[in-house]
Design a binder for this molecule. Structure first.
Ligand code: CP
Length: 309
């Protein structure tokens, strides 16, 4: 008899913690929840009585809102704390904030923070399950899972694909999570961008460092542009944004190298005319809004899996 799979993770901290079976299970769970969002009454009682705190120390539109929407669709009670309104502005440390929140007995804390490792640290000081909603340039696992779900929907598989990730790889938690996620599922990830924004040892993560735009895009099934993270670019590591758009921006010319049915992705927020032309962002190949819709389903799955553990 086949052994029953039991989701083995208390916290969601990064994509390196997941096996292929874990990712497949999360995506299957997300698929089963996705249909709830198209009902007229978008609510199921699976997390009734659970308390979820969204603790965001960095700006967010998609991630914060979709975690809140996901929690509410599963009947959980949700509370949002933003950096500007929290007592960290009065000098309280993250650990003290976490301990105080923990004293109110939440079941899940969703954390976004500018420091790599913040979610890991939090998980060691609270009773609640912790979900990393982006920690510095380190990891953004729920984004990677929604990206995997979107690719699986469009390509019917997650193995044997060529994934091209273009842009600022050094500062991108999305790139780091996606390199791990797509590698685990058996696809090849090529990265390309300004040489100052590609980490020295990117091959150690399992990505191929493309030397040219053409090498990155040739035969690609998926082309993902990354946001230029001006808030993390403290040194002048970039040419002007105009030059960046000319050399690294997605437009119909470079996309001619990719497969005809290649899909275009972006985690958002998009700097139109910089990372990609408005025509590409709005084209039929763009799945950017599918990514956002799948974000709700994936976050429902993650809250369900750790909220019921
Ligand atoms: N993709 C993403 O993390 O977007 P937000 O910063 O709006 O949450």
């Amino acid at each position: 008899m086949k052994k029953q799979y039991i989701f083995p993770h208390r916290h969601i901290l990064g994509m390196e913690q997941f096996s292929r079976e874990d990712i497949a299970h999360i995506l299957t769970t997300a698929e089963s929840f996705k249909e709830i969002s198209s009902r007229s009454i978008k609510k199921v009682p699976v997390l009734r009585g659970r308390t979820i705190v969204n603790l965001f120390f960095e700006p967010s539109t998609r991630t914060r809102l979709s975690f809140e929407v996901a929690a509410k669709r599963m009947s959980a009670d949700t509370f949002n704390i933003n950096a500007s309104t929290s007592s960290t502005t009065k000098g309280e440390t993250l650990i003290d904030t976490a301990r105080n929140i923990s004293a109110m007995h939440p079941d899940v804390i969703v954390l976004r923070h500018s420091s790599s490792g913040a979610s890991q640290l939090l998980s060691q000081h609270v009773h609640a399950a912790v979900i990393n909603a982006g920690d510095g340039a380190h990891q953004h696992p729920s984004q990677s899972l929604l990206d995997l779900m979107t690719v699986q929907e469009c390509k019917d598989r997650l193995d044997g694909l060529k994934i091209a990730i273009i842009g600022d790889i050094t500062h991108s938690r999305v790139a780091r999570s996606n390199i791990q996620g797509f590698k685990t599922m058996g696809s090849n990830v090529y990265v390309f961008g300004p040489s100052t924004l590609i980490p020295m040892h990117i091959e150690e993560l399992g990505a191929v460092r493309a030397r040219t735009f053409q090498e990155a895009l040739e035969g690609a099934d998926v082309v993902m542009a990354l946001r230029i993270q001006r808030e993390r670019l403290h040194d002048p590591l970039l040419p002007s944004l105009r030059e960046y758009a000319q050399r690294f921006g997605l437009s119909s010319d470079p996309l001619g190298w990719a497969k005809e049915d290649a899909i275009i992705m972006h985690p958002g927020p998009v700097n139109r005319g910089v990372e990609m032309s408005p025509e590409i962002a709005d084209s039929s190949r763009s799945v950017i809004l599918n990514q956002v819709s799948n974000g709700v389903a994936v976050r429902m799955a993650l809250l369900y899996l750790v909220g019921n553990a």
